[in-house]
Design a protein around this ligand. Structure first.
Ligand code: ADP
Length: 268
């Protein structure tokens, strides 16, 4: 059996997906990008191969994507994260729904991608100027509230009444706003729900720029946060599709492209 690697070097996390010739996900690994993208990417891949009992020789083609993709010199090919995300989302939802809109929230940016019925990217919009609608913002909020980022969902659903409104448009000001809310005796639960709704409103503005078409797919690390998913669904008045492994969609898409490119080279 031959195997194909997709490696997504994001601003916050490195995601690696390995698939087989049938596009089945064989394994994946997520680790922090840190300050040495290349070194950590190499180590993450070596760890993943070891855990799956695979050798480097069994990997016949590798595609790198994401913010740090240019640094991964061993990759056979490099592609933009928009293309990889679209391929991965369609494949992850295959047999369940036809994806036409992707919402991706990453560590330091957020994107809305519109795809046609053949999976081609027809439009995209990105916000990378302000951290207020990104994973970094959620990390800062969780840190200020002294809870884990993976606990935000739980606190969201414990909030009672109308979520607080968080008005700051910049993560640094939002941080002081949150500290002010704590000082005024607002609960952690209500602040968390308020943060989720403020991100949801911001992301919907971005999605409207490309047009909202069903089915809507949400990925990136923050899609693991069920509270944020709930806020986006409520603001949109629509259900959104969350894949089984939302954080690795783009790496999965890169792995599928690796399998396709390898097949093309073999046949040409
Ligand atoms: P990038 O591709 O830009 O590196 P990711 O899509 O990997 O970003 O998302 C990273 C963000 O995902 C983190 O900043 C964090 O806020 C969020 N995240 C990671 N794991 C979890 C989790 N278990 N629950 C909720 N949020 C998470």
């Amino acid at each position: 059996m031959r195997y194909f690697v997709g490696i997504d070097i994001g601003s916050t996390a490195i995601k690696i997906a390995i698939i087989d010739e049938n596009d089945d996900l064989v394994g994946y690994k997520i680790s922090a990008s840190g300050s040495m993208f290349y070194k950590y990417a190499k180590e993450t891949l070596a760890d993943l191969l070891r855990s799956l009992d695979l050798t480097e020789k069994q990997i016949v083609y590798t595609v790198a994507t994401g913010y740090g993709r240019k640094l991964f010199k061993e990759a056979n090919e490099k592609i933009s994260e928009i293309t990889a995300n679209a391929i991965g989302a369609r494949a992850a939802a295959k047999g369940e729904c036809e994806i036409r809109t992707i919402i991706n929230i990453g560590g330091q940016d957020s994107k809305a991608i519109s795809i046609d019925n053949e999976g081609n990217v027809v439009n995209f919009a990105m916000n990378d100027r302000c951290a207020a609608g990104t994973g970094k913002f959620l990390d800062v909020v969780a840190m200020n509230l002294e809870i884990g980022v993976d606990e935000l969902g739980k606190y969201h659903f414990m909030s009672q009444g109308t979520p607080l409104s968080i008005n700051s448009t910049c993560a640094v000001f939002a941080e002081s706003e949150i500290i002010g809310l704590l000082g005024n005796n607002h609960s952690i639960e209500d602040i968390v729900a308020g943060v989720h709704y403020s991100i949801a409103k911001r992301i919907i503005k971005l999605v409207k720029r490309v047009g909202i078409k069903d089915a809507i797919y949400f990925d990136g690390g923050p899609a693991l946060n069920e509270g944020l998913v709930n806020a986006i669904e409520n603001e949109l008045s629509k259900e959104i599709y969350i894949p089984k492994h939302p954080q690795i969609t783009t790496a999965f898409g890169a792995a599928i492209l690796a399998r396709e490119s390898y097949g093309y080279l073999q046949n040409s």
